[in-house]
Design a protein around this ligand. Sequence first.
Ligand code: LLP
Length: 436
Amino acid sequence: HGTMRVNEKGHLEIGGCDAVDLVRVFGTPLYVLDEALFRENCRLYRVAFARGGGGVLYAGKALLTLAVCRLVEEEGLGLDVVSGGELYTAVQAGFPMDRVYFHGNNKTADEVRMALSAGVHRFVCDSFDELDLLSRLALELGKECNLLLRLTPGIEAHTHDYIRTGQIDSKFGLAIPNGQALEAVRRCLERPALKLRGLHCHIGSQIFELEPYADAARILMEFARQVRDVTGWVIEELDLGGGLGIYYSPGDDPPAVETLAETIFGAVAQAAASEGLPIPKVLVEPGRSIAGPAGTTLYTVGTVKEIPGVRTYVAVDGGMGDNPRPALYGARYEACLANRMNGRLDTLAVSLAGRCCESGDLLIRQADLPPVRVGDVVAVSCTGAYTYSMASNYNRFPRPAMVLVRDGSAELIVRRESYADLIRNDIVPVRFRTRQ
Ligand code: LLP
């Protein structure tokens, strides 16, 4: 997919760059981001959701670096940030703050001050305590705080089905049935520094069904009508969160972005008509479906251990440190040998192991690969989202580099961590140093 192909040497090529050359120049593990595909995914969303003055906020939690901020900005998307660190990244990248939405269920006072001073466009808030904090700090800084309230529509979408519960029990969102959502609206309206612009919900991630989005839209619009009846407040923005699934491995069959847009716009228009409300600006916050397919991780095989009659372990020079998803969620991926793409016929099921000190550090439990040799380059596809952004230094492995590839050129956008980086923040108390 994207700009991936097999070149005349039988090597994997991404963005016109031979993966084997990338490995020679940048080393492994290496995150490779396909610029054309990342941009294309942004464009698909921007075009599909251009209707009605709403828009698309890229969810930075999936993958955020300075260069990624620039891509998102150039493609005309907004940005959803959830922490001071993500906001700082956006500020440093010069990302326009009037396109930034600040999420999170426990923003600190420092983060709120930083966001108010920077001029973020919207806060997304889901607790009474945070409403107090936002109001207090906005007054203190002489700013206005524009916000959305995050609600729990009582829908949980999974990959292949979804359930509606009265779901009041969540750390995210304010519940409608117990009256807390309405109470939060009231408090917003009472406080002059708070400007309530709309409602938000997020029903899950890696979702393959569209009906839950339509249901969520209907539930929030019905609530908006109740609120208008009681308080006179009229919804301006409806943010339905992210969550669209992507292809990782056989069996994954995600719907198209255009279909998501049609489903959402259809449901919103219908709900607006039946509730007697104006059609609000519709927003979505995709992360995975923009960054995920655009990323590939390259590894070098270090050992191949065959346990006769049992299984073969192919160990690569990365693992749960650079991609914790298989260990954390049992996530499935596909791999290929980037240096021998034409040897596909006699594949063998092997386990692709990482090098962390955990039995659970298997990148792929059953990878179909041609007979693997030490020194082969393994490419794991669709690793652009929730990999680097969730990476750790467990076992003191430095985090990998990331390159942006396009039209045959590769540019470093995240430097490989060094051993010196690993001890950068370590301090030895003075008393240890007094020895000769
Ligand atoms: N908006 C909100 C409020 C969210 O909580 C999330 C994801 C998104 C948008 C973006 O959702 P996406 O389009 O990427 O599905 N670490 C997990 C995924 C956690 C998603 C958390 N929230 C994973 O690796 O599967």
